[in-house]
Design a protein around this ligand. Structure first.
Ligand code: ADP
Length: 592
């Protein structure tokens, strides 16, 4: 018979050739204790063991101890080595009078045995033994190759699922989305029927799994199971985690993959219970006897009558290729995430470097441009003063235009300078009462717009927030003065306030791209002015962008809203506009 060992050390008869009158052993399992570890080890050294007569008379070695070393003789490799009396008893109980065992070794481990039994003593010739040993070696050699190729089609399928996942993750998509959007592939990757995905405190269940609350508890326990390892696998979850006995029908088998302990990212696959019946060659529990003094003794079992055991709460085993597929998926995910994080860090570094460069460039350029500009202005005025008569009215007019243009250019340069300073200055964040701040802003605006009729409406007091006072002062000033400036109504109305709760949700329904503003206070400045066409809603925030000719609406450099945007962004907020052309505009912004 051909006997194969299971990973737990027990074994079963997987092939058999017998004479008709003999009792078949095919399909029977034998407990691990039937062939002790030491015996197994010796089988890997001696590839063929022959006991021609189980009832032989052992002959002692003379002298028992080697006089040179004072140690007993190591007989591991000796063909004539006696067998253990327990083994002899075991064979005798089975009705065996002669045996020959040929070892089947895979990767230096005893994979199984070809065990030949005879019910009368039998000698086997040297030639036959040599041939048998040779056959054993050929089979051993073939075992690895055969077992590997057996699963090859399945392995190819797993690999293709795996590469599909990796391609998706490494391209655009987020890990969570990729896993959730391909539930069947995720299950097929390891041949599971259910899977739980844990991302932080968020758990997603796919297929046949325990209830969410049970998975939460299971996760807490699992977390302690990962020490140095990133994978935990069992076909008998209830044995190590008794709470799982409540849901063995969906989760007797578990394969858990730890992606990131810090971010609590796990993938946990489940396999249902498979009821199995194991036919033992005798009661495996009787393989060990408890002696009267309480010690254990391995006993050569007397009854080999078939003993059936129903195995419950177990799943089919996880194949090596399935575990490998899970591990490979993990290492690819980790690799991709690391690569993405690296790329992001690099881009960030690059971005902050180019931002700083841009700010200092704008500063240096605008600063240095001012001097020649002043020269042009001065020389133009000298020309008018000293050569006005020669130039005539036309010439003087042109020089006046030149001087006006240099003024305009100086304004633009000053705006640019101011803009670049904003980017370079450190934020002085303090707790600021916006009511107090706004009072100051309105005082200044009222003083400069004395001839205009403006109504300011503030329905409720503004909150106190953490911000840079000077910058937020400028922000409100820019928005409010624009609301007055771009307004042809006799009675100009400026409303200042903020949204929260329901009013925010209503607003968000109408606005698609406000980013993540849900938790933030949204401030607004509303006017009943000329309004802005939809198509300009973004471009007005670009530097020097004006929607009107130079002279209209009191002029301006077109930097006010760009500066407002920079202030908002430096505070970690967003700014946007909603407007009805000819009716009025609302500028919204957040500050945290
Ligand atoms: P400036 O006011 O110096 O031109 P801004 O950057 O403040 O520069 O504004 C850019 C442009 O956006 C303005 O020229 C104007 O056309 C338009 N704009 C700004 N605020 C309003 C408003 N409240 N109503 C209508 N249009 C506005």
């Amino acid at each position: 018979m051909v006997y194969r060992f299971d990973p737990d050390g027990s074994g079963s008869v997987i092939a058999e050739a017998i004479e008709e009158n003999l009792e078949p052993f095919l399909g029977l399992h034998y407990p691990a204790t039937d062939i002790p570890k030491q015996a197994k080890y010796l089988y890997t050294l001696n590839l063929l063991r022959l006991i021609p007569d189980v009832k032989y008379e052992p002959v002692g070695i003379i002298p028992p101890l080697n006089p040179l070393t004072n140690n007993p003789l190591d007989m591991s490799m000796a063909v004539l080595r006696s067998i253990s009396p327990l083994h002899a008893e075991y064979l005798d109980n089975m009705g065996v009078s002669a045996t020959m065992c040929i070892s089947l070794v895979k990767n230096k481990q005893l994979w199984g045995l070809i065990a030949c039994h005879h019910n009368t003593p039998k000698k086997v010739s040297y030639e036959t033994r040599t041939i048998c040993e040779f056959i054993g070696q050929i089979i051993s050699f073939e075992l690895a190759a055969r077992e590997n190729s057996q699963d090859s089609e399945y392995k190819i399928k797993l690999q293709s699922i795996q590469s599909e996942f990796i391609a998706r993750i490494s391209h655009e998509q987020e890990l969570k989305t990729v896993l959730i959007q391909n539930p069947d592939s995720l299950l097929d990757l390891v041949g599971a029927e259910g899977v739980a995905l844990s991302f932080g405190d968020e758990i997603t269940l796919i297929g046949k799994t325990p209830e969410k609350s049970a998975v939460v508890d299971l996760l807490l326990w699992l977390d302690t199971q990962f020490q140095a390892d990133v994978i935990y696998e069992t076909t008998h979850l209830a044995q190590s985690y008794p709470a799982a006995s409540n849901y063995t029908e969906v989760a007797s088998g578990l394969l858990a993959l730890l992606i990131s302990k810090v971010e609590k990212t796990f993938i946990i696959w489940f396999r249902p219970e498979v009821l199995q019946t194991v036919n033992w060659g005798g009661d495996p529990n009787k393989a060990v006897e408890i002696k009267s003094d309480g010690t254990l003794r391995m006993s050569p079992r007397k009854s080999f009558a078939q003993w059936q055991e129903s195995v419950t709460q177990r799943s089919l085993p996880w194949k090596t290729c399935e575990i490998e597929a899970a591990l490979e998926l993990r290492s690819s995910i980790v690799g991709i995430v690391l690569r993405k994080a690296n790329q992001l860090a690099q881009v960030n570094q690059e971005l902050s470097r180019s931002n700083t460069e841009l700010d200092s460039f704008a500063y240096i350029a605008s600063h240095d441009l001012k001097e020649p500009l002043r020269g042009i202005y001065n020389y133009s005025s000298f020309l008018i003063e000293d050569y006005g008569e020669i130039l005539g009215d036309d010439g003087a007019d042109k020089l006046n235009t030149l001087m006006r243009l240099t003024h305009r250019m100086e304004d633009l340069i000053n705006s640019l300078l101011h803009y670049s300073r904003l980017g370079r200055a450190e934020l002085q964040v303090k707790s600021i009462d916006l009511n107090n701040l706004l009072e100051g802003v309105l005082d200044v605006i009222k003083a400069s717009a004395r001839d205009t009729e403006v109504h300011f409406k503030i329905h409720r007091p503004l909150p106190t927030i953490k911000c840079d006072r000077t910058q937020v002062n400028e922000l409100f000033t820019n928005l409010i003065s624009n609301g007055i400036k771009y307004n042809k109504q006799n009675k100009k109305i400026i409303e200042i306030g903020y949204l929260d709760g329901d009013s925010q949700i209503e607003l968000e329904k109408g606005v698609t791209d406000v980013g993540d503003t849900k938790e933030k206070t949204i401030f607004y400045v509303r006017d009943n002015g000329i309004g802005i066409r939809e198509k300009h809603a973004e471009s007005i925030f670009r530097i020097f962008k004006r929607l009107h000719s130079q002279r209209k609406y009191g002029g301006g450099t077109g930097a006010g809203l760009t500066i407002a945007k920079k202030i908002v962004e430096r505070h970690g907020g967003e700014i946007w506009v909603e407007s009805v052309y000819t009716k009025g505009s609302v500028f919204y912004f957040t500050l945290q």
